[in-house]
Design a protein around this ligand. Structure first.
Ligand code: ADP
Length: 201
């Protein structure tokens, strides 16, 4: 199963990906996580990406496409994967299409989490508060200014990615404002098809 989760920052892509990877036994490939790992390890890619990421902007397409191209070659991605945070631009979507075509592979579904943006800022604020309350650290880009930049980048560059997949008829939309479990169920139903009804008599 090869899936993409689309949606603005704070829409719950990470939470849903965690659940889907357990159910379908496929890895979650989060470009945000991969880039944060590069930053932490102070690799050349990480050093270049850090400033852009902290401000909430997008890392250059070629950098991200290179990371994903390497990652989907790994043995654990052979049976499928969930892409979380990629593609974020139409250019990245086209690059992914070329990568998959070269491997004779298709996407099974692109799932878009639709959310009410007025509540996203509240979600981010809550995420930060909860993390700090339990003694954790927060992401450098989880502050109102960077969040606004991330949301702007989403509108300008990622929203067209949904249209790109809608044209290919693989786009499925889920109400991301529903409770977490309900969102998971809606996604699973889309992927597994409706449960067969049992007729008595
Ligand atoms: P979000 O919560 O905004 O969905 P992510 O963890 O997916 O955050 O990404 C964090 C940051 O990493 C982004 O704001 C961006 O700077 C960078 N990033 C992640 N994925 C991509 C991508 N596909 N293209 C460009 N930049 C990316």
């Amino acid at each position: 199963m090869r899936l993409i989760l689309l949606g603005p920052p704070g829409a719950g892509k990470g939470t849903q990906s965690e659940r889907l990877k357990e159910k379908y036994h496929i890895p979650q490939l989060s470009t945000g996580d991969m880039l944060r790992a590069e930053v932490k390890a102070a690799t050349p890619v990480g050093l270049e990406a850090k400033a852009v990421m902290d401000k909430g902007g997008l890392v250059p397409d070629d950098t991200v496409v290179g990371i994903v191209a390497d990652r989907i070659e790994a043995p654990d991605a052979k049976a499928g994967f969930i892409l979380d945070g990629f593609p974020r631009t139409v250019h990245q979507a086209e690059a992914l299409a070329r990568m998959l075509r070269a491997k004779n592979m298709d996407l099974d579904a692109v799932i878009e989490l639709k959310v009410d943006e007025a509540t996203l800022l509240d979600r981010i604020a809550k995420r930060v508060k909860d993390m700090l309350a339990c003694g954790g650290t927060v992401r450098a880009d989880d502050n109102p200014e960077a969040f606004k930049t991330r949301l702007d980048a989403y509108h300008a560059q990622t929203a067209p990615v949904a249209d790109f997949y809608a044209k290919k008829a693989v786009l499925k939309t889920v109400d991301g404002m529903a409770p977490v479990d309900a969102v998971t169920r809606a996604i699973e139903q889309m992927l597994d098809g409706p449960a067969r009804s049992v007729h008595s008599g």
